[in-house]
Ligand binder design. Structure first.
Ligand SMILES: [Zn+2]
Length: 145
């Protein structure tokens, strides 16, 4: 008779594969790739550079922790249980890379949001657990003040 599977202890995971949580307890960060040939930076792992098409010349890098708001939309409708309104934003990360995520700490009204406004990238608990009790770290944007 097979032994009952031992359920692993709940843990904290990255909400995406580029949210990295170092095992040594140092601060979580967003991972990217930088092309050795042209210097372009991408979010997450890359094998091929989309700018110069070099293959196998990508180095793993930590993405910057600040950026500028490139574009946004105020979301008023979503799946049941998702609180609205919220601001879905696209941010050009200082040092390279572009992220889509939620902008917090600003009233979700277009007149309160400015294109190019400087933001910081914060990594924190996403506020929900999965069915096994695991929690998730996600990234958000907040105004840089
Ligand atoms: Zn390149």
């Amino acid at each position: 008779m097979p032994e009952a599977a031992v359920k692993p202890e709940p843990t904290t995971k990255g909400a995406t594969n580029f949210v990295k949580i170092p095992k040594d307890g140092s601060a979580p960060y967003l991972a990217g790739s930088k092309c050795r040939n042209c210097g372009e930076v991408y979010v997450g792992d890359r094998e091929v550079c989309g700018k110069c098409f070099s293959r196998g010349k990508m180095d793993a890098v930590k993405l910057g922790q600040t950026g500028k708001l490139y574009n946004f939309t105020v979301v008023h409708r979503n799946f049941p249980g998702v609180p609205v309104p919220f601001i879905s934003a696209i941010v050009d990360v200082d040092g390279g890379g572009t992220l889509k995520g939620n902008l917090l700490g600003v009233e979700p009204k277009p007149e309160a949001i400015k294109f190019d406004m400087p933001v910081k990238i914060v990594i924190k608990d996403a506020g929900r657990k999965d069915k096994d009790g695991n929690s998730y770290l996600a990234y958000f944007f907040e105004p840089l003040s």
